[in-house]
Design a protein around this ligand. Structure first.
Ligand code: GDP
Ligand code: MG
Length: 441
């Protein structure tokens, strides 16, 4: 994964105050590979990398994260920003009916989306009308009617036996029908071709002019990868659109199409489709898509949790003490609490990249065990916590009694503390900084 590759690229960086130009260049290469693997279009990759580089240059190496994590954090934030930051809501007209028109290549998922959107709107108390303006393919109208039935909404279609019918005329009449039958949203399904062609564009533009949509949604299959850019440009120039819907995210596409389309057209992604069922549909979440493109949800979660749990001041204090071997039981307790705040230890261990020894140590400590350890430390006097060496046999007995544990448990804790202190000193030497690096927890 990108995480592993960045970690190896940035190995020598630990302990430096800033990312050097060489480090940033090496990092940029790895990010570039990751984005290309996610099917992001090349020109988009180039511009994105430039942005990330600029930002990485000014960044101080954080205390909470190791350099690889920090670069990933920057990349992730930039991605979320480009993908739209906050989720953009559907624009509905003040005076109903609102008109939503769907455009896109054949097979991109327009008809399925019409049903999904209708169901989604219906659940919010709207009364959508589906409109069949794909009169190209023989089964297109029936398909929309089936989808409409499943969603429990009405479908407006040309009467059978009237020949092929004119999609523009159907679109126009559907608005009158919506007014008459009090549908507050009209969803217009249009025809698509396998490739972009002029006739298709002209027809879509004519339908658009007939119904003046409040939203024109460009529906794009996430699996088409690099082609998303050319298709999006063609629809932008031929029909124009106000938002994007990404479909087939249940496939193995990493979602680079999202970044490409968003970057090239500047239009927001409103919805994401991830399956054939009508419920497989949600508003678009830029943060989820970013972690999908980077292919490392776990690492991102870990970064977030590490930052939340991290108390800069305390950690700096502890880190400063590490080198001199002055870590106290008080610090030990604080560190354990910080680790606990990061969630169940089991989850955490699964996400930690290469914290070998520490993993083994922590693996023996479950949450209830931590509670007992904390109780023991609380049973100590401040002098004992600050200088555990003075904890002799009689003190151990007193502590055990006071915290309701056996003397053996107190012994274990004290021994474990001395072991941990030794280990942390070694790690501090190796990584150049102390407890602040979440990978060392
Ligand atoms: P249209 O030609 O743009 O109207 O596309 P359709 O709605 O007919 O969809 C084409 C095919 O893709 C159908 O077999 C759908 O069941 C399928 N499909 C649509 N959306 C999704 C999706 O999000 N995930 C998956 N797996 N299949 C989808
Ligand atoms: Mg269709």
């Amino acid at each position: 994964t990108l995480s592993d590759r960045l970690t190896s690229v940035l190995q020598n960086l630990r302990g430096k105050g800033k990312l050097s130009d060489a480090d940033i260049d090496a990092t940029a290469r790895e990010i570039r590979i990751a984005l290309l693997e996610a099917d992001v279009a090349l020109p988009v990759v180039r511009e994105f990398i430039k942005q990330v580089k600029d930002r990485a240059k000014g960044a101080e190496v954080s205390q909470a994260l190791n350099p690889a994590q920090q670069v990933i954090k920057i990349v992730n934030e930039e991605l979320i920003g480009i993908l739209g930051g906050e989720t953009r809501r559907l624009n509905l007209a003040k005076n109903p009916p609102s008109v939503i028109m769907l455009a896109g290549l054949q097979g991109s998922g327009k008809t399925t989306l019409a049903g999904k959107l209708a169901l989604w709107l219906k659940k919010q108390g709207h009364t959508p009308l589906l409109v069949a303006c794909d009169l190209q393919r023989p089964n297109a109208v029936t398909q929309l009617q089936v989808v409409g039935e499943r969603a429990g909404v009405t479908t407006f279609a040309p009467e059978p036996g009237n020949g092929v019918g004119d999609p523009v005329d159907v679109a126009r009449r559907s608005i009158e029908e919506a007014r008459r039958a009090q549908h507050d949203v009209v969803i217009v399904d249009t025809a698509g071709r396998l490739g972009v062609d002029e006739e298709l564009m002209r027809q879509a533009a004519d339908i658009r002019d007939a119904v003046t949509p409040d939203e024109t949604l460009f529906v794009v299959d996430a699996m088409i990868g690099q082609d998303a850019v050319t298709t999006a440009e063609a629809f932008r120039d031929g029909v124009g659109f106000s938002g994007v819907v990404l479909t087939k995210l249940d496939g193995d596409a990493r979602g680079g199409a999202a970044l490409s389309v968003r970057h090239v057209t500047g239009k927001p992604i409103l919805f994401a489709s991830n399956g054939e069922k009508l419920e497989d549909f949600d508003v678009f979440h830029p943060d989820r898509m970013a972690s999908r493109i980077l292919g490392m949800g776990d690492v991102l979660t870990l970064i977030e949790q590490a930052e939340q749990a991290f108390d800069q001041e305390k950690a700096e204090r502890a880190a400063a003490k590490l080198g001199t071997g002055e870590l106290t039981l008080e610090d030990f307790l604080e560190q354990m609490q910080a680790v606990r705040r990061m969630g169940p230890i089991g989850n955490l261990l699964g996400m930690l990249p290469g914290a070998g020894q520490m993993k083994e140590q922590l693996a023996q400590v479950d949450d209830s065990h931590l509670d007992r350890l904390q109780a023991i430390i609380r049973g100590m006097t401040p002098a004992e916590r600050a200088n555990p060496k003075i904890i002799n046999a009689s003190r151990r007995q007193r502590i055990a009694k006071g915290s309701g544990v056996t003397v053996r448990e107190v012994n274990d804790l004290v021994n474990r503390f001395f072991e941990a202190r030794k280990m942390m000193q070694q790690m501090a030497g190796r990584f150049g900084f102390g407890l602040g690096g979440s990978a060392t927890k």
